[in-house]
Design a binder for this molecule. Structure first.
Ligand SMILES: CC(C)(COP(=O)(O)OP(=O)(O)OC[C@H]1O[C@@H](n2cnc3c(N)ncnc32)[C@H](O)[C@@H]1OP(=O)(O)O)[C@@H](O)C(=O)NCCC(=O)NCCS
Length: 382
């Protein structure tokens, strides 16, 4: 390094831990007390009381809707569930072994080419696109699964409500009351979560004044990773791998000794239990019991106990969401796509909030390379 050229000293905050990168009124994660608020409402007060459609309205409008507004919102979103033919063709053409998250990410990107408001980032166009994406994304997921399994594609049943309709379009079953409630809770609990990695990715993208579809596509890419939304699928893999309650102690100890991560545990922000895990634990137990798979819940519960004893860490949202989804008949390869469908309204709320008071998000880095290396032309390099 040339002696006169030294980079300015900078402090790196690895993983941006604790860095405040945006202001938001959409949700607040209180990691110290293990609380989560959506637009001011404690998640424990609303999770069991509202529907997913009320949750979307709340995230987008900052208040709970009345019945008429709920119906209007539901009809608007369900009315947007049909996919352009080209997107359907893409689902059919996707290699069978490609991961549903990869196909979903690509399909959402393709949707932008058919959206009449694609590059219009005015508030009214963004609101129209938000409703379209909230409708189209569940359809992509449901259709992909059914196409890959040679099953007929199903049209929406709006009278079921948004979440149960989605489950129906995916599995073909009409959910009973417990399944309806579980699906709604699952989607509500995943709908928003402060400045998590995928939401941050979405905000970074639209801070360049790029369009909503680009931001959602990028967010899907971020959610796909096993340290974020991809953990729920891995949890199911772990349960299958362990296979028996008597093997748990040995398995977890082996993982920890080898410095491996236990999927569905730990959190960047929570220092106590993830409040969402409490609700999902309850529905996991109810659904596993109902579907004669109580062993899966019992194994999960035992894993939770042992991981806490060994490492002092708690389950996060992904841990019990795995068995909830499994017992709802959702294949593990689609777990993270369900997270996408649930989180999309949260991303959209953040994208709209970012546009409303935008400043380019552009951090800096600490340079660790060399400087002032003498240049050698191509012909003179050995
Ligand atoms: C979510 C997650 C990425 C947060 O990571 P983070 O804030 O960067 O935390 P760190 O990686 O600094 O971990 C801190 C300590 O906890 C341990 N830890 C955190 N999560 C762990 C897990 N799931 N399994 C085992 N150890 C874990 C780390 O090994 C580290 O221990 P050490 O100090 O003894 O080395 C992390 O907890 C994780 O990898 N979890 C598993 C994946 C998952 O469930 N993701 C979904 C999140 S909602």
């Amino acid at each position: 390094m040339g002696s006169q050229e030294k980079p300015v000293e900078k402090i790196v905050v690895r993983g941006l831990e604790g860095v405040v990168a945006a202001e938001t009124s959409i949700s607040y994660v209180d990691g110290v007390h293990g609380r989560l608020y959506y637009q001011g409402y404690d998640i424990h007060d609303i999770a069991e009381q509202i529907s997913f459609i009320e949750c979307i309205f709340l995230l987008w409008n900052g208040r709970l809707p009345n019945r008429r507004e709920c119906d209007e919102m539901r009809n608007a979103i369900v009315g947007e569930m049909k996919l352009p033919d080209a997107v359907l063709e893409l689902l059919k053409a996707s290699p069978e072994k490609s991961h549903p998250m990869a196909v979903l990410r690509t399909a959402v990107s393709l949707l932008s080419c058919f959206d009449p408001d694609a590059d219009d980032t005015t508030p009214s166009a963004n609101y129209r696109k938000a409703k379209r994406l909230a409708g189209q994304i569940p359809t992509i997921i449901a259709h992909l699964h059914r196409l890959r399994n040679g099953l007929p594609l199903l049209t929406p049943r709006p009278e079921l409500g948004l979440s149960a309709n989605f489950l129906h379009m995916l599995t073909g079953n009409i959910p009973d009351e417990l399944e309806k409630r579980a699906m709604d809770i699952l989607m509500i609990l995943h709908a928003d979560h402060g400045l998590n990695a995928s939401t941050f990715a979405a905000r970074v993208i639209c801070s360049t004044l790029s369009d909503m579809h680009s931001a959602v596509t990028g967010a899907i890419g971020a959610l796909k990773g096993p340290l974020h939304g991809g953990a729920n699928e891995k949890v199911m893999g772990m349960l299958h791998e362990i296979n028996h309650i008597d093997r748990i102690q040995e398995y977890i100890e082996g993982m920890l000794e080898n410095k491996k991560r236990i999927m569905g545990f730990g959190h960047r922000v929570y220092r106590t239990e993830d409040p969402r895990a409490k609700h999902l634990r309850k529905y996991s137990e109810l659904l596993c019991e109902k579907t004669s798979q109580k062993h899966l819940f019992e194994m999960s519960h035992r894993i939770e106990k042992i991981v806490f004893e060994q490492k002092g860490i708690y389950p996060n949202v992904d841990f019990y969401s795995a068995t909830v989804q499994h017992a709802l008949g959702i294949p593990a390869a689609y777990f993270t796509t369900i997270f996408v469908a649930s989180r999309t309204p949260g991303w959209l709320a953040h994208i709209i909030e970012q546009y409303s008071d935008n400043r380019l998000i552009r951090p800096t880095s600490k340079y660790t390379g060399e400087m002032g290396i003498p240049f050698v032309p191509l012909g003179k390099r050995g």
